[in-house]
Each structure stands twice: as C-alpha cells, then as structure tokens.
Design a protein around this ligand. Structure first.
Ligand code: ADP
Ligand code: MG
Length: 248
C-alpha cells in the first residue's frame, strides 16, 4: 500500500440514496496511479451508479471522492472532466456522419488562442496527436472512414480514443467489451494494458476472462456495498463472492 497522499482517487463513505433505497452504501476504495481497477458484481449491484457519482452525473448523499486531493463531489460534471476524469458510457456515442479523423478532431480539448501564426502550429500538433491516438486504438488505416461504417467494436475503440485525446489521468469505462468478438476483446485488453502506462482506468466488466487479462485489482460490489477487494485470484477464492456472485 502506498501512503495515502499518493493515491490518484480516494473514495470514502460514498453513499447515494434514491427515495430511501441506498444504491451505493458507504463505499470506500483507493486507486493508485497506473492502475486498472475492475468493478464487478451482479446486475443492480450499483456499479454504474458509482461511476455516475464520481463523474458528477448523480449527486451523492454522503461521503467523499478525492481526485488528486480535489473534492469531486463539490464540482460540476464539466469541471470534473476538466480536472482530468474521462467517462465512457455503455453504448458508444460517436458521430456516425463524421470520419474517424473528424471524431477525434472535435474531441481535442479547445485551447484559447488559435489565431494567426499559432493556428498553423496548432493544426500540425493536433494532426500528429490524432495520428498517434488512431494507432493506439487500432484505427490508423481507417482515419478517412465514416464512423457509421465501423464495426461495433471499432466504434467502442473510437470512443475510447475520443476520451484519450483529452489526456485524462483517470478514465472510467462501463462495460467496454460488451458485444465485442473474442478477437476484439483481446485487442481491447492490449489497449487497456497500454493506456495504463500513462493513466489509471476504472472498468466495469462481466467477462471474467477479460477481467483476468486487465485487472491490477478487483472490487466486488453487492447491493451497493463492497463485498470483496483484491487480486482476481483473491476475489475468486473469497467464499462471500462465490456465494453471491460467481457461484451462480
Ligand atoms: P449495475 O450497474 O451494477 O447493474 P446500477 O448502478 O445501474 O447497477 O443500479 C443500482 C441500483 O440503483 C438499481 O436497483 C437501480 O434500479 C437503482 N438506480 C440507479 N439509478 C437510479 C436512479 N437515478 N433513481 C432510482 N434508482 C436508481
Ligand atoms: Mg451498469
């Protein structure tokens, strides 16, 4: 364990109550830099709600979420994005009528001065960054292709690229390999292992083979509470987990 100040994300006592029903109940966990944290748990366990709370889409009832020692629960959704937290929802939301290049281009963070001599320099930099991201997400040969013509898996990668171009320090992905082929899952695991060289990732996932390929640590959620936490091997061998989840 690292000293407390070294954590990228500190979630403590996080709670949200919907009309008295605690979807997330006194949850605490800590994410280190360069970590791929996977959250698993049965349907309705509260996994998506945890990401909604961290990214500011849902307001917490209680607790604290500190990102680099800034309290996210006091910030708006756009401020949280600006602070360096990216979030991908379950269904891909790319611009179907735009090319892969254009989808990445419009996701590039907007700067302040883009006038005169600066704009040429900027165009060169943006293009280089788009090329680099496209290679990372396996779409370098498809930059001119309309997003509408990509496979479901390629659209998922494009959306990950649209987040990566903003250079978040924490990236949160909700079931990114759902609907992907086995080959696409393998490539996505490769992609995640590569991107945690520069940032941390929190992934919600069901596919245990995929989890084993990517997770540095696993959190098991059940009825809004933390049931178990540790390595994949640790949680898989935990009798509590076997009883409520993996045993089914
Ligand atoms: P998971 O992603 O683990 O399948 P969710 O986080 O989507 O679970 O949901 C956890 C529970 O919280 C579910 O019972 C769901 O119906 C409930 N829930 C989620 N969001 C809301 C909301 N905005 N209002 C009321 N109930 C909600
Ligand atoms: Mg969910």
């Amino acid at each position: 364990m690292m000293a407390h100040g070294q954590f990228l994300l500190k979630v403590e006592g996080l709670t949200v109550s919907f009309d008295g029903f605690k979807a997330v109940d006194n949850l605490s966990f800590y994410v280190e830099p360069n970590e791929c944290r996977v959250i698993i748990g049965p349907n309705g366990a509260g996994k998506t709600t945890v990401l909604d709370l961290i990214c500011g889409r849902t307001k917490a009832t209680d607790g604290s979420v500190k990102f680099k020692n800034h309290e996210l629960l006091k910030m708006r959704e756009d401020q949280i994005v600006h602070a360096g937290v990216g979030r991908k929802f379950q269904t891909p939301s790319v611009y179907e009528d735009l090319s892969v290049f254009e989808n990445l281009e419009i996701s590039f963070p907007k700067g302040h001065s883009v006038f005169g001599a600066l704009s040429f320099r900027r165009t060169v930099d943006v293009t280089a960054r788009i090329q680099e991201i496209a290679e990372t997400i396996f779409l370098a040969d498809l930059l001119a292709e309309k997003a509408a013509f990509l496979s479901h898996g390629q659209k998922q990668w494009l959306e990950i690229g649209m987040l990566l171009i903003q250079d978040p320090e924490l990236l949160m992905l909700d079931e990114p390999v759902a609907g992907m082929s086995v080959a696409e899952r393998k490539k996505t695991a490769e992609l995640l292992n590569r991107i945690i060289q520069d940032r941390s990732v929190i992934v919600i996932e069901h596919d245990m083979g995929f989890v084993a390929d990517i997770a540095t640590r696993v959190n098991v959620l059940h009825q809004g509470k933390m049931l178990s936490e540790g390595s994949m091997a640790h949680v898989q061998a935990d009798p509590k987990v076997i009883e409520v989840y993996l045993g089914h």
